[in-house]
Ligand binder design. Structure first.
Ligand code: AMP
Length: 476
């Protein structure tokens, strides 16, 4: 546990200590070879390259449309928060708090953390901004990076993006059900096949009685448990239910199930949620081992699990959440019921890619602008703005001078038209327009070029009256 900092300590200005800088692996290589090594990317962190952005845009756009359709309001929250926001709420014995939080003391001596999740931040914002006075439920959604110093592996990064939905201020089971519907619709909209898994972990009171039973069931089997599970048995026995360790499946099959320990109110709540799902025909699977990683959950918990045959991803949930009726009170607010869930964007994007869905990140330009000489560049820059204002994206290679090189790039980009501006055209007030498929070129009044291109693109058949017809051979 490296985060046992007392509250008062967090306020004290930390002594100036030189941060311990770990030697990069590249340092040794550099020493040996003398060559400058490429800069190192932190393990578990990644760049999202332009080639992937189409999928990200698709996911973001669809999710945003759904959020608006279900009348959720967007909230943006800071990435850095006081660490006690998470320490107080997520549960001391959870993996996130025990070993995954990026915690450090900032230059003013405060203990801060890169957020490992955003529900606690949403609850903080709800209290800070007096959202109690807003019409309830307060429905908020967010999107952004989260940080967990977990062991990097397939589908698990140290910085990853989540989108989340939180509905605060209503305890009715219909809220839980609608959130599950909303999540399901996101996956349907994206064309991803998922399974909804649900369970109830009741209230803290009925959970206490169940945990005592669970511990006495596992105690005689203690020597069969892994070191991790032994620790769980002692500190957070509920987590034994979703242990993936060898041999646990058999042990769990006979373990007491939490559903049998729910009090009447919890049973009633859960039954109503399931009835709503049946009513709206959202298929679900009861998973008695589903408990979720964080302490603040109550009643309904659920996960969206990808239906895949890939063993690397079979256990990876695309998202999950549940009810957290105690969280806002725990953070110092009035008792306020709430329910929500978060989806992992990297995993959704990966699932899209696996299905061959890979849209372009932006509309591909159909026009290339080739310029020859300084005068052409000067006119060209203004012309480029005219095209932009007309909503026509134009590719260019302003760094190149030779026409041949520019036409090669235009060909590579697969544009329909290239407009060519040379010294002579600048003097004449004209511009050449080249059909890249046929190679035919026309000379057009430069002031009319935007309109001509627009017409050519919108209707390929349309005849544009050329001033002069040129041979299809390009000049260099
Ligand atoms: P959690 O808050 O842990 O339930 O996470 C919600 C969702 O975020 C998960 O179902 C995953 O899709 C995603 N997620 C959680 N941790 C990671 C991680 N380390 N790397 C990538 N995605 C993650």
């Amino acid at each position: 546990m490296y985060m046992k900092q007392k509250k008062e300590q967090a306020e004290v200005v930390a002594p100036k200590v030189e941060p311990k800088v770990e030697k990069a692996e590249t340092d040794d290589k550099e020493k040996k070879t003398g060559a400058k090594a490429p800069p190192e990317l932190l393990r578990g962190f990644r760049d999202i390259l332009p080639e992937e952005q189409g999928k990200w845009n698709l996911v973001r756009d669809r999710i945003r449309a759904i959020a608006e359709a279900y009348t959720f309001d967007r909230i943006d929250l800071p990435i850095l928060e006081r660490s006690d926001i998470f320490l107080r709420t997520l549960g001391k014995q959870t993996d996130v708090i025990e070993k995954e939080m990026y915690v450090f003391v900032d230059p003013s001596g405060k203990s801060v953390a890169l957020r490992p999740e955003a529900t606690a931040s949403v609850a903080r914002a709800y209290i800070n901004h007096g959202m109690l006075d807003r019409p309830h439920p307060v429905k908020l959604w967010y999107e952004g990076p989260m940080f967990r110093h977990d062991r990097p592996q397939a589908g698990r990064y140290r910085q990853f993006n989540q989108v989340g939905f939180e509905s605060i201020g209503a305890s009715e089971p219909i809220v839980d059900a609608q959130l599950i519907v909303l999540g399901t619709q996101i996956f349907r909209d994206l064309g991803l096949d998922i399974q909804v898994q649900v369970n109830s972990i009741g209230t803290p009171a009925c959970r206490q009685a169940y945990l005592a039973e669970l511990v006495s069931y596992f105690r005689p089997h203690r020597n069969k448990l892994s070191e991790d599970d032994k620790r769980r048995l002692q500190k957070n026995p509920l987590r034994l239910l979703d242990s993936k360790e060898e041999g646990m499946k058999e042990l769990l099959a006979d373990a007491p199930q939490i559903l049998d320990w729910l009090d009447d109110a919890s049973k009633e709540h859960f039954t109503r949620v399931l009835e709503f799902l049946e009513e709206i025909q959202i298929p679900y699977v009861l998973n008695p081992y589903l408990v979720r990683g964080l302490d603040y959950y109550t009643h309904t918990v659920f996960e969206f699990v990808e239906k895949t045959t890939d063993p690397d991803r079979a256990q990876n949930a695309l998202g999950g959440g549940g009810r957290y009726d105690g969280l806002i009170e725990l953070m110092g607010g009035r008792p306020t019921p709430a329910c929500g869930f978060a989806l992992g964007m990297e995993r959704i994007v990966k699932a899209l890619g696996d299905q061959g869905i890979n849209p372009p990140q932006r509309p591909q330009p159909n026009v290339f602008f080739a310029q020859l000489g300084d005068a052409a560049r000067r006119v060209g820059l203004k012309l480029y703005e005219d095209f932009r204002q007309a909503g026509i994206p134009v590719a260019e290679a302003f760094g190149k001078n030779a026409l041949k090189a520019q036409l090669e790039i235009a060909n590579k980009l697969g544009v329909k038209l290239t407009i060519i501006l040379g010294q002579k055209e600048v003097l004449d007030g004209t511009i050449i327009i080249r059909d890249m498929e046929s190679g035919a070129q026309e000379i057009v009044d430069v002031n009319k070029i935007v309109g001509v291109v627009k017409r050519k693109l919108s209707s390929e058949e349309e005849v544009v009256k050329p001033i002069v017809r040129q041979s299809p051979v390009a000049r260099d």
